[in-house]
Design a protein around this ligand. Structure first.
Ligand code: ZN
Length: 329
């Protein structure tokens, strides 16, 4: 499908490869304008002249900001950091199975830890899966998981406090309230997951209707919230109080995904409050769905970069995101 791109194969190769600004530029041009036509980010015209000495283009249109670099109109716009830092950081983020920490990026790329933290958050946001190109279909598992302390194992008083919606003192973060709902297409091996406020039908059913082809077989546990979808889907139910597997009726695929997600949260990230949780979920979904990419690490990296530059997501877009407004720069 995608034409092969001469990309580095390991992190060390990536750091060396992108150390050369001309290589960075050529690589970015190929991802952003695959047909080779460089377009002005302001007016969309292809009547642009390349100014090699400045590694910039100049548009022949009559408008302000006629000169533009490869970073304009992308996530990297307005960042004083060069692509020789951004590209290897993205490499680390998409290819580290357990998730990369700001400390590791700081050590590998020689930026401060604060800067590394800032870079990773922006890259995570850009990796949001967004709308899927094709819906899930066939046999699809649906399940949900609680991130944080298991309410069933909680002391009764704390459980009551939670139920009453009071701040959970002693937990420090609001993680104990976070719920993630997931879908897994068995044949495609693809996951969709998102943070939901409750496990009620009003929050779970729309996710299925939006992401799964009608007529598919939905495999869930006994949770009643899933009954609502029986009008448009075949519904197979596993009673987990009796057994976890009945032929093909089980949610073990999603259980596996939940353990990857939780391992990443526990192992690498010191604290993730519920406010940022969706970014980590998106990151893990991307990594899971691209795990079998035939071209390996470089293939995943190229896909992530294309999705970033394809969205024309800028620094300003990101700083208008309430979750990132207060981050250090
Ligand atoms: Zn223009």
């Amino acid at each position: 499908m995608d034409k092969p791109v001469a990309a580095p194969k390991t992190l060390q190769e990536a750091i060396q490869y992108f150390a050369d600004p001309d290589t960075c530029l050529a690589f970015m041009v190929e991802q952003r304008w695959p047909d080779g036509r460089v377009l002005c980010p302001i007016c969309g015209s292809d009547r642009v002249t390349f100014l090699a000495d400045y590694r910039r283009w100049k548009c022949s249109g009559k408008h302000p900001r006629r000169q533009f670099s490869i970073k304009v109109g992308t996530l990297f716009e307005d960042s004083p950091l060069g692509l020789e830092k951004w590209l290897p950081a993205l490499w680390m983020l998409v290819n580290d199975k357990n998730g990369v920490s700001s400390y590791e990026v700081h050590r590998a790329l020689g930026v401060t830890q604060k800067t590394a933290w800032f870079m990773l958050h922006r890259l995570r946001l850009a990796m949001r899966s967004g709308d899927m190109l094709s819906k899930l279909s066939g046999r699809v598992e649906a399940d949900e998981t609680f991130i944080g302390p298991d309410p069933r194992k909680m002391h009764a008083k704390k459980r009551e406090a939670r139920a009453a919606g009071r701040a959970d003192q002693g937990y420090g973060v609001t993680l104990s309230k976070a719920i993630v709902a997931g879908l897994l297409d068995r044949a495609k091996g693809r996951v969709h997951a998102e943070v939901v406020p409750t496990v009620r039908a009003e929050h779970l059913a729309p996710i299925i209707r939006k992401n799964v082809e009608p007529g598919s077989e939905m495999i869930t546990d006994m949770l009643r919230s899933y009954w609502q979808i029986r009008d448009n889907f075949i519904h197979s139910v596993i009673d987990k109080t009796q057994t976890y597997v009945k032929g093909h009726v089980h949610t073990n695929g999603l259980e596996n995904f939940w353990s990857l997600l939780k391992r990443g949260l526990r192992g690498t990230y010191i604290a993730v409050d519920a406010f940022h949780l969706h970014r980590y979920v998106d990151e893990q979904v991307f990594r899971y769905n691209e795990r079998r990419d035939a071209s390996g690490d470089s293939g995943r990296f190229v896909k992530a970069l294309r999705s970033i530059v394809g969205k024309r997501l800028t620094y300003r877009d990101l700083t208008s995101d309430p979750g990132l407004a207060t981050t250090p720069a």
